[in-house]
Structure formats: structure tokens, C-alpha cells
Design a protein around this ligand. Structure first.
Ligand code: PMP
Length: 427
């Protein structure tokens, strides 16, 4: 039976007096929240069709033994359980007589999907009620411009701590819309380090401090986060490649953004988690599709969203919750990373990790071979053993194993066994 409940939690105004007042124009501060939500939360169980459902007879066509271990950096491997569930629901979603790909994004069926995805993500990351969750398009790359457009006037200063090429791209894009300062860059050391936060010379007027929490190409990951020195400044993080891989204290950030295609779904969905008082003060030139106010007021349904991708993210969130949430997920990720980094260490220099030990990523593990002329052979032989996409990014070379949430322990164990065997044959 179709049931409707209101209101949607997204637009509940919650003030947090401990948070600095951010908007540049104080009179505008809560303009966004005075706009009542026209959006109604909807729970759907497709009554008519369920009385006479057409059960899915689709059997998974690819048994797990036919799948490869896919070490790609993104789009990346997805949980097998999620793929099978999606397959079983592909033709006829829960007896509604249509696929999620065919549904109106304004229909009750899809509304129930997006609301469940949002609510499960809030549970997973314990997202405080004064934050909004947006499901957007355009990849994390679009956020490189959306963020300065929404948070700054063109003369405002912001700080960038650049620990890899994604942070560098974000820095360069921000130059078009505000005045970014590069307060630290790891470029001269080939992006293998993160500095101590005390040594950073932050600009006391910086509207925000931007970091890339995990540099996908270089395999450098923040284990803790810096605090902006401007008391009204906020921390902004690109979490594309370690999103939902571990618990994170969302309240430390003004904005967290992530492309879905590494840990939580297919490409085409970008998730933005933003403190609500930061919404509603975008530069006048901001295109409508980049204005957080528009998306928040319309509950991510201003225009046609990437419906199927959002549905897939929802299935992944359900799966992560079933695994026991992000505390359990992090334990698994630590174990996988540990056995891979140990194998590199135990190889006595045959394999090498370029990254400083304390900041090695749990998600993306770049490594090189002492005898670099063997790298192509390594990648070729691994592929024959059904371990694919191990080639390092073209800007770095060598190999890279991306071991996101959905990479099973068995995949990493197989890789490590292969590495040992390869070394025995080629040392
Ligand atoms: N940031 C990081 C950390 C990334 O890994 C990527 C993509 N690999 C991007 C940004 C760009 O994301 P997109 O391709 O979704 O725009």
C-alpha cells in the first residue's frame, strides 16, 4: 500500500550556535530555510502490482567464478551482492511493472528510492541534522567550480593544501572564481607526503581550506584533518576516493563531496554533504545547475537526476549498513591494506611503495618494481590470472591496486600470492 509521510528531513532548519556564521551577507543568512519544502517524503510498496506481481525469474548470469578481481581506480568494482540484487530488480522493480530506468523521477516509486538512499547515507556517516545531502551530476570535477561559486565572492581568498593531482586540479579551477592561495604543495616531492598541520601558514581570512582527503593517483590519504585558522573558515574535502570507507566526523567539515564511482556506486552521481547555513549565498553568475540552494530546495530533483545511479548507491548503502556500518567496513579495509603493504615491505625492495608510511592510502596502493622493465610483464601476467586494471596512472607509472570497500579480501590475498610468485620467478 502506498503511504505518505511528511516532512522530509532534508529541509528542517536546525541552528547550531557553536558554528560560526558564514554567509557573506548576514541578511541573507537563512533565506533558503524560509522557503517551505514542497517535497513530501513517500514510502512506496506498489499496492496494485503487488497483488499480482510478476516475480523476477532472472537468474544471475555471471557466477562469481566468472568475474575478475578488478583493481580499477574508478569506475570500480561493486559488491557482487548489490549487482545481483540490481539484476533481479532490473526488469521489474518490486512488482511495479517497470525498471528503475523507466520511472519518472517525480513518481512515488523513485521518491521512495532517493529518500531511502539519503536516509541510509545519513545513518552510515552519522550526518548531523544541520547538514543537507545532495545527489548531483557532473562528477567531482564540477564541484571544483561549484564550491567557490557558492561560498565566495570573486575577491575572496581561500586556502588549498595540495597533496596530489586532484587537489591541484581543484586549486586551478578555483582561480577562475575566487583568489586561492597554495599554502602547501607536495608536487616537488612527487606527492608522497602530507605536512604537519602546525607548520601550515594558513591565511586568517581564508573563507575555506580545501583538501583532497585521499589522492587517488598518488595513494596519499589524510588520517586526520586540519582545522581552518580563520574562526569563520570551513574545511572542504574532496572525499571521492575514500568516501564511506571509514567513519568520518562530518561536523568537522563545511562541505564533503565525492564522485560515487569508487566506493558507493556507478559513475554519474556526485554526492555533496553541506552544512545548511552555507547554502543560499552563491555568486550571481552561478549557473542554476551549480547552485546548492536550487538543489537543496528541490531535494536533488530540480532537473532529471541520475536515477539509476542513485538507486545503485542506495543498494550499496544498504549493503554497508548490513555489514555493520563504517566501523566494520574500516576494519576490513585496514586488513586488506595491511596485507598488501606488508607484502611490499617483505619483498625487500623488489616492490616499492613511494608514499611515506604514515599517510599511505587504504584505498589506492601505488607500487613500482625495482626492475621497472618487468612492470608490463607483471600487469600482463596478472590479467591472465583474472586480476585486472593494475596499471598505475599514466602520470605516475608503475602499478596501482585500488582496493575499495567492494574489493573482497580474497582479491587482495590472490594479488599478494601472485606478487610473491612473480618475485620468485623474476628476482
Ligand atoms: N577527485 C578525486 C580524488 C578523484 O579520484 C577524481 C576522479 N578519479 C576526481 C576528483 C574527478 O572526479 P570525476 O571524474 O567524477 O569528475
Amino acid at each position: 500500500m502506498a503511504t505518505t509521510t511528511t516532512p522530509n528531513s532534508l529541509l528542517i532548519k536546525t541552528s547550531n550556535p557553536s558554528k560560526p556564521s558564514f554567509p557573506r551577507n548576514p541578511s541573507n543568512k537563512n533565506a533558503f530555510f524560509t522557503t517551505a519544502s514542497k517535497f513530501q517524503s513517500t514510502k512506496v510498496t506498489c499496492t496494485a502490482q503487488l497483488q499480482n506481481p510478476t516475480p523476477s525469474t532472472t537468474k544471475p548470469t555471471i557466477p562469481s567464478q566468472d568475474r575478475v578481481f578488478n583493481f580499477a581506480a574508478g569506475p570500480a568494482t561493486l559488491p557482487e551482492k548489490v549487482l545481483k540484487k540490481a539484476e533481479s530488480e532490473l526488469y521489474n522493480w518490486r512488482g511495479c511493472g517497470m525498471s528503475v530506468m523507466e520511472m519518472s523521477h517525480r513518481g512515488k516509486e523513485f521518491l521512495s528510492i532517493i529518500q531511502k538512499a539519503e536516509s541510509d547515507l545519513k545513518t552510515l556517516l552519522s550526518i548531523p541534522s544541520d547538514y543537507a545531502v545532495l545527489f548531483l551530476q557532473g562528477g567531482a570535477t564540477t564541484q571544483f567550480s561549484a564550491i567557490p561559486l557558492n561560498l565566495c565572492e570573486s575577491n575572496d581568498q581561500v586556502d588549498f593544501l595540495v597533496t596530489g593531482s586532484w587537489g591541484d586540479k581543484a586549486f586551478k579551477e578555483a582561480q577562475k572564481f575566487c583568489k586561492p592561495n597554495l599554502i602547501w604543495s607536495g608536487k616537488s616531492e612527487k606527492y608522497t607526503k602530507i605536512p604537519s598541520f602546525d607548520s601550515l601558514e594558513q591565511n586568517l581570512n581564508a573563507r575555506y581550506l580545501h583538501i583532497c582527503a585521499n589522492e587517488t593517483i598518488h595513494g596519499v590519504e589524510f588520517k586526520d584533518y586540519p582545522t581552518p585558522k580563520n574562526k569563520d573558515g570551513i574545511l572542504v574535502a574532496d572525499m571521492s576516493s575514500d568516501f564511506c570507507s571509514k567513519p568520518v566526523d562530518v561536523s568537522k567539515f563545511g562541505i564533503i563531496y565525492a564522485g560515487a564511482q569508487k566506493n558507493v556506486g556507478p559513475s554519474g552521481v556526485t554526492i555533496v554533504i553541506i552544512r545548511k547555513d552555507l547554502i543560499g549565498d552563491a555568486q550571481k553568475i552561478t549557473p542554476v545547475m551549480l547552485d546548492y540552494k536550487i538543489h537543496a530546495e528541490n531535494n536533488s530533483l530540480y532537473n532529471t537526476p541520475p536515477c539509476y545511479g542513485i538507486y545503485m548507491c542506495g543498494l550499496v548503502f544498504e549493503d554497508l549498513l548490513e555489514q555493520g556500518g563504517l566501523v566494520e567496513v574500516e576494519k576490513k579495509n585496514k586488513k586488506k591494506a595491511e596485507i598488501l603493504y606488508n607484502a611490499i615491505k617483505e619483498s625487500k625492495g623488489f616492490y616499492r611503495s613511494p608514499v611515506e608510511k604514515s599517510v599511505r592510502s587504504l584505498m589506492n596502493v601505488p607500487f613500482t618494481l625495482e626492475k621497472s622493465e618487468l612492470e608490463a610483464e607483471f600487469i600482463k601476467e596478472a590479467a591472465k590470472e583474472k586480476m585486472v586494471q593494475l596499471k598505475g596512472h599514466r602520470s605516475v607509472g608503475g602499478m596501482r591496486a585500488s582496493i575499495y570497500n567492494a574489493m573482497p579480501l580474497a582479491g587482495v590475498e590472490k594479488l599478494v600470492a601472485f606478487m610473491k610468485d612473480f618475485q620468485a620467478r623474476h628476482a
